[in-house]
Design a protein around this ligand. Sequence first.
Ligand SMILES: *Cc1c(COP(=O)(O)O)cnc(C)c1O
Length: 372
Amino acid sequence: MTIPILPIGPRFGTFFFPGPTEVRPEILETMQKKMIPHRGAEFEALFARIEAGLRDVFLTGRPVYVSTSSASGLMEGAILNAPVGAILALVNGSFSERFARIAMSCGREVEMLTVAPGRTFELADVEERLAARKYAAMTVVHSESSTGVLTDVREMTAAAHRHGAMCLVDSVTGVAGAPLQFDAWEMDFVLTGSQKALALPPGLAFAAASAAYVESAKTVPNRGSYFDIVEFDAFAHKNQTPNTPAVSLLYALDAQLADIGREGIERRWERHEAMRAATERWVYRCADRLGIPLMHVAPEGARSPTVTGIYLPKDVRSSDLVKAVAGRGYVIGAGYGPLKDTTFRIGHMGDHTLDGLHGCLEACEKSLRSLT
Ligand SMILES: *Cc1c(COP(=O)(O)O)cnc(C)c1O
């Protein structure tokens, strides 16, 4: 398979942190353009272009809401606007646990279906919980960035629907890196952030919601103001945002969406899949042939195309590896949450390329040799 790449150099990128990720200099430069008012024709033209680009990323005919916040803001928004009633939270790592805690902090009754970090969910277990009582909604993380586990959110959405619940999906390290089709998969609510597979600076979050979700939201009391999805929906139809957006970040988004359009969303998914597979082969090669006992956190078949979590040899701490790799010019992530010290994470998302990733893996390999 030949991997088409964005207009960037062959060994582009050294920042393989699992979010934020590398932002190309030409995208950063667009942020220096002059300010414009956010009520007016110039802004509306910009916003209309952005909407078209985002719809091609989420694969939806629905508006895609643009929030000036980090992704957690729209996690809260997903909950605040969700149908009234109990929430089932699928928890398999730190970010899915955060989703559950956000729901609790909004005063929702939350029950968790928890599996160990590094695992995903058996459909039968999810169905059993959904059948046990009436839930208004279920939360799930598409790509659990703390472990690198990918969950089949199409399957989870269908399961929730069979039991009359809506499915709220955190696809922060999914959208623009892992396949996701909002309309074809009949999804209810999907959110993401700018600083992950979209390869933009942090500060924006995006969400699509079904017409049914928005209709239902209109009847939800105390859904707050800043993340009121009904407001986002009304303003998106006017090519505006409810409040003053981070206009400079929208310039960067506009430029980046044009490049994503040139690459094509499916080819973008393929490039991420190729980076996942290359990282997987490298882990196996270290373990089988090089005497460096590495192990994936995620099981085969459920590995995210955007981030790989890897168990370290027993005598190596993640902070030491991160430091050694930095000495070779690359940034990777330590583990996260309970896996902080014993694992490390490589973020192969956004505009990163196979060639760039090979440079990073080489730096990891040399660093591991020096530490073991
Ligand atoms: C990064 C991340 C978040 C949090 O995003 P913020 O922009 O820091 O609020 C939530 N969920 C997942 C899966 C993430 O990777």
